[in-house]
Every structure is written in structure tokens, then in C-alpha cells.
Write a protein that binds this ligand. Structure first.
Ligand code: ADP
Ligand code: MG
Length: 589
């Protein structure tokens, strides 16, 4: 028998699409405030949004009549005809968000339109208005969403840990903050102010307010206009690329979107300039004719589709290349100007723009310009009881000479010829084994004490570290969380330089690792393997061993051959090879 679902149930079903988690409510409410032309928005969260999500704005507000109907499905003030759909510039236009939110929470709406003397307070439960009264209120809107999913226990159970839901909220907050620098935004969680962002004139200032003033030196301007799209914003210098996915943003016409396709365009521009497993930061803002980009997609999704997708790819790649080329640190990139993709207004749509020919000096390596001395950890290794030497090593003459070549290899004679050790891989193997052992045994790894230093943390980093606080000692970290949400670092795992710089790097690496690992799963074998591997790789990345002393070289070899599985680095590649007399003979014949 076919039945028409009662509205209470159909609302619930539809709500599942728009409201997946507290962060989706934050997004919808803040977007509504911006659509209402608010200049100041305050977001108040309790318990990562489970108990309360409240958004207060000074926008245009609603009349009591509007307040009654705004929670009805397809109630919107933003479109009235089908042609409006193609040129939509506001965030919302379906009139679905408030109806969906009201279906799965208890909502109180206090609002006053600028045309009214007094305001109204309207209360909804299960999509039904339970009361409305006249109240004194400032012009604007204050929506409180309480006890999200109280009536859908399955969805409530489906929510992730508090820390993880909170990070999603931080993510939504950052996206809105970045596309609306002119709007003042405040975020309060459990009565603590997390952000208080003033209205600023440009995106760069907003980025610095949001992500830390340190970023100032790292950003390069992007600014390109073509007939298809204009791209502006910032990209990070190659040296500051990190293993972190949080600082990568695309916006089109003021709307955040994800695009693995255009991400590839950016990555292509950085080819050969950053390590393979690192990603640059970028904040790229596209402006285009709204009819050439499809945003009329699923409300909870963030993909958009450009009509001229492959042209946009080429333009992004060229724009980023140009920004990198303009950075004075990279004199070896040289554009042939005439080859820039067509930027004239009469650019024919059917012609794919050509990539500019870029000359790259293949020997240029941005990491070489700043040699890192922070990898001299080997001094701090406790002397190991050396056992289990492999056959090859027994063959080497004791006290035989060791040569460091190209800052990368140790060469030493062995009975049958010579052995070449890949220093970085050897160190990766050594550190991996140590990290893994201390994680497996849950015993503190030997760490290097240092002068305590204080590190500022982003709210996201703070959340990741507190959530995984119990794993820190086993990894060799000794830290204290400060009242202000920062961190005092007292000791670091071996492998990291015991300086403020080293501490920052270690903490950043660790946050990147935690962000990728499922939370509270530190005890699972593959998670431990992943952590040990990533830490070993990041501690040895970009290191130069030009000044490796004889003792250090000897200790590296000794320690490597005491590791089981010493032939290969955990991240891949041989740690050493041998070249025998025959090989030498054949090369000389
Ligand atoms: P949409 O944003 O798609 O129009 P919503 O369900 O999000 O649909 O909102 C419904 C309507 O309620 C909006 O079109 C707008 O008229 C009104 N509204 C919602 N939030 C606000 C606000 N903060 N200030 C003023 N009006 C609002
Ligand atoms: Mg809306």
C-alpha cells in the first residue's frame, strides 16, 4: 500500500541530507547571517554543538510573520523565479536549511526586523511552532539550536568524538572567515573565546588573524585575470610546504569548494620544488560569471563544476607558477611572457590556453639554501649493545676509514670491496625502530630534554593534541598545556633538534599525523606503524649530512646493523649496497 509520509517523517528524512553534524548547522546559520548582510556574527557552542549551537547577528532580521514561516520547507526570501536559480549570489536559496534543523533539534529564534519597533521570540519543537511572543530585542537575529538529534538517537550515536566534531566546526568557521574578511566573527566554545576576528579590509589580514601572524613571511601573492575566470589569493612558499592538509582552500564567488582536480593543478605548479609527500598552503579565490559554474549541487557537498574545467586547470597552474616565479627566493624560474594563457577579454572559448614555458634550473633545490643542522641526533643516542651484525658488516675491517660523500652516503671498505650506506634511509630505519619499540612497549622513548619553550597552538592543533595526550609520552614528548591554549615543551623525541624551531616542527608533524589517524586508536598495530614511520620520515626529511663526523658515521653504521630488517628503509629504498672487486674490475675494463 502506498502512503504519503506525514510531514514530521519526510522532514526528518530531508534533514539527514542537510544536517549531518553540528558543523553543518553552524555553516547554514552563519551563511544565513551573511545573506542577511550581518556585519557582526557571534557563534556560541556548547559541548561541540551537541547541547547548543547559537548564532547571533546584526543583519536585517525578520518580522514576526517571517519568523513563523522561515522554518517551513522551501521558505526562502531569496528566489522567486527559475531564472533566479542561475544567477544566485547568496549562500542559501533552497529554503531547506532551517526546516531541516528544526526537524532534528529544539529551536529558539529571537529576531527583530529593522522596520519593527519590537522583536519576537519563536520556539519550535519537532518542526512545529510551540510559542511566539513579543520581546525587546536589537535589530538582527539570534538562533539557538539546542540538543541536536535529540529525537534521532541513531544520528546522535553516529557523531564522532567531541574533539573531532569540534574540529569540523573550526573548519567551517575558518572557511566563512576567509571568504568574508569584512564580517567580524567571534567563536566561543564552552564559555571560552576561541576567535575574535575583527572586520578587516583584505583577505591577507584575515588569514593572519586566523592562522597566526607567523604566516606573513610564507605567503606569495597570486593575481591573474582571464576572460574565463580571475584567480587571486595566496600560496605558500615552497620551503614552508608541510605535511598538513588544513591550509588548502578554494573559493569560487565567495563559496568554499573542494576540488581534487584543481588541487592537482596547484601541485603541478610546485613540481620539483617541494618534497613529494608535502603539500603547500594555498588560499585561492576564483571570480567568475555565475552562469559558468554549477553550484546547484547537493546542499551538504562542496563540489562545484566549472564549465571550462580544463582551461581553469591550466589557468590555476600558470597563476601559481607565476606567483612562485615572482618570489625572489626562486630566481631560476623564468617566464616567457608572451606564452601566458590568454588574458584578453576576447579570448576564444574553444581554444585551450597554452601553458607558459617555464625554465627551471634542475639543480636548484630550495632546501639547499637553508642547510639544516638539526639532525645531529646521533650524538644523543645511548651506546647500543651491538648484536646481530649482518654478515657484510662482520666483513668490514674494524677501524676502517669512513668517507661521507655528497652529504648523503657513507663509503667504507669491506673485505670483498666496499659498502655504501644511504645515510638518510639508515637514520629513518634506526628512528623508526626506536619509535615503534617505545610505542609497542608503551615505554617512554629516550628523549632529549631541552630548555622549556612555549609554542602557540591553533585551536585545531590544541584539540588534536589533547585528544591524543596519552600517546605523547610514549613518543618521547614531554609537554604541558597552558591556560591560554598553548603548549610548554619540556622534551622532544630524539631525532628532532632540541630548539624552539625543532619543537615547532615536531609538534606540527605530530598534529599532521594525528589529523590523519583515527582518534583513540593509538594501540592498533597499523596505526603505531604509521606513526613511527611518519615521525622517522619527518625527522630525517631534508637533512644534509655534510658535516657528519667520523664518530657519528661509525655510530650510524653500528646502529643500523643492530636493527633487524636493516636492508631497507621503512619508507622504501635500500639502506646500503655493496660493490665488490668484480664490479670495480668490470667498470675499469
Ligand atoms: P535559504 O537560506 O535557502 O533561503 P533557510 O532555511 O536557510 O533558506 O532560511 C529561510 C529564510 O529565513 C531565508 O530565506 C531568510 O529569509 C530567513 N532567514 C534565515 N536566517 C536569517 C537571518 N539570520 N537573518 C534574517 N533572515 C533570515
Ligand atoms: Mg540558508
Amino acid at each position: 500500500m502506498i502512503k504519503v509520509l506525514p510531514p514530521s517523517i519526510s522532514n526528518l528524512i530531508a534533514a539527514g541530507e542537510v544536517v549531518q553534524r553540528p558543523a553543518s548547522v553552524v555553516k547554514e546559520l552563519v551563511e544565513n547571517s551573511i545573506d542577511a548582510l550581518a556585519e557582526n556574527i557571534t557563534i556560541t557552542i556548547e559541548d561541540s554543538g551537541r547541547t547548543l549551537i547559537r548564532v547571533t547577528d546584526d543583519g536585517c532580521g525578520m518580522s514576526p510573520e517571517e519568523a513563523k514561516i522561515c522554518f517551513e520547507r522551501h521558505a526562502t526570501s531569496k528566489i522567486s523565479s527559475a531564472t533566479d536559480l542561475t544567477s544566485i549570489m547568496t549562500y542559501g536559496f533552497r529554503g531547506e536549511a532551517l526546516a531541516s534543523i528544526a526537524a532534528v533539534s529544539e529551536v529558539r529564534l529571537t529576531t527583530r526586523s529593522k522596520n519593527d519597533e519590537t522583536g519576537s521570540r519563536t520556539v519550535f519543537r519537532e518542526s512545529v511552532m510551540t510559542s511566539q511572543e513579543e520581546v525587546a530585542a536589537p535589530v538582527g537575529t539570534d538562533i539557538q539550536v539546542c540538543n541536536l538529534f535529540y529525537n534521532v538517537p541513531a544520528r546522535r550515536k553516529f557523531l564522532k568524538s567531541d574533539a573531532s566534531e569540534w574540529r569540523q566546526i573550526l573548519g567551517e568557521f575558518s572557511r566563512v572567515a576567509l571568504c568574508r574578511p569584512e564580517v567580524a566573527l567571534r567563536l566561543v566554545h564552552n564559555k571560552k573565546e576561541v576567535f575574535n576576528l575583527h572586520s578587516v579590509r583584505n583577505v591577507k589580514q584575515r588569514i593572519l588573524d586566523l592562522e597566526g601572524k607567523d604566516l606573513h613571511k610564507e605567503l606569495l601573492d597570486v593575481d591573474t585575470t582571464t576572460s574565463i575566470v580571475s584567480v587571486s589569493g595566496f600560496v605558500g612558499r615552497p620551503e614552508s610546504a608541510r605535511k598538513r592538509s588544513g591550509f588548502q582552500y578554494f573559493f569560487v564567488n565567495g563559496r568554499f569548494f573542494k576540488s581534487p582536480y584543481l588541487h592537482k593543478a596547484v601541485m603541478k605548479a610546485y613540481e620539483n620544488l617541494i618534497p613529494e609527500d608535502a603539500a603547500p598552503s594555498y588560499y585561492l579565490f576564483f571570480e567568475t560569471d555565475p552562469t559558468t559554474v554549477d553550484i546547484n549541487i547537493h546542499p551538504a557537498k562542496t563540489e562545484v563544476k566549472f564549465e571550462a574545467e580544463s582551461d581553469v586547470f591550466t589557468i590555476v597552474q600558470a597563476a601559481v607558477r607565476e606567483a612562485l616565479g615572482n618570489g625572489s627566493f626562486m630566481p631560476s624560474i623564468d617566464f616567457e611572457h608572451n606564452q601566458y594563457p590568454d588574458v584578453s577579454a576576447d579570448f576564444p572559448r574553444d581554444r585551450v590556453p597554452q601553458m607558459p614555458k617555464v625554465k627551471i634550473d634542475p639543480s636548484f633545490n630550495p632546501f639547499k639554501t637553508a642547510p639544516r643542522e638539526d639532525m645531529d641526533f646521533i650524538d644523543t643516542l645511548p651506546p647500543e649493545p651491538v648484536k646481530g651484525y649482518s654478515k657484510i658488516f662482520e666483513d668490514s675491517y674494524s677501524g676502517s676509514p669512513l668517507l661521507v660523500i655528497a652529504g648523503r652516503y657513507i663509503v667504507t671498505p669491506i673485505r670483498s670491496g666496499m659498502m655504501v650506506v644511504h645515510i638518510r634511509r639508515a637514520k629513518e630505519r634506526i628512528l623508526y625502530d626506536r619509535y615503534l619499540r617505545s610505542l609497542d612497549e608503551a615505554s617512554p622513548i629516550s628523549h632529549q630534554a631541552m630548555f622549556p619553550c612555549s609554542i602557540a597552538l591553533s585551536p585545531e592543533q590544541n584539540s588534536l593534541l589533547t585528544e591524543n595526550a596519552n600517546a605523547l609520552p610514549a613518543l618521547g614528548f614531554c609537554v604541558e598545556f597552558t591556560e591560554e591554549g598553548g603548549l610548554n615543551v619540556l622534551a622532544l623525541p630524539e631525532g628532532y633538534c632540541s630548539s624552539e624551531e625543532g619543537a615547532k616542527k615536531a609538534i606540527e608533524d605530530l598534529c599532521a599525523i594525528f589529523a590523519e589517524s583515527p582518534s583513540n586508536q593509538m594501540l592498533r598495530a597499523e596505526v603505531r606503524h604509521g606513526i613511527a614511520l611518519k615521525m622517522a620520515q619527518s625527522a630525517t626529511r631534508n637533512s644534509s649530512y655534510k658535516n657528519l663526523s667520523h664518530t657519528e658515521a661509525q655510530l650510524t653504521i653500528d646502529t643500523l646493523f643492530a636493527c633487524p630488517g636493516n636492508e631497507y628503509a621503512p619508507g622504501g629504498g635500500r639502506c646500503f649496497c655493496t660493490i665488490n672487486e668484480k664490479d670495480i674490475d668490470s667498470r675499469l675494463s
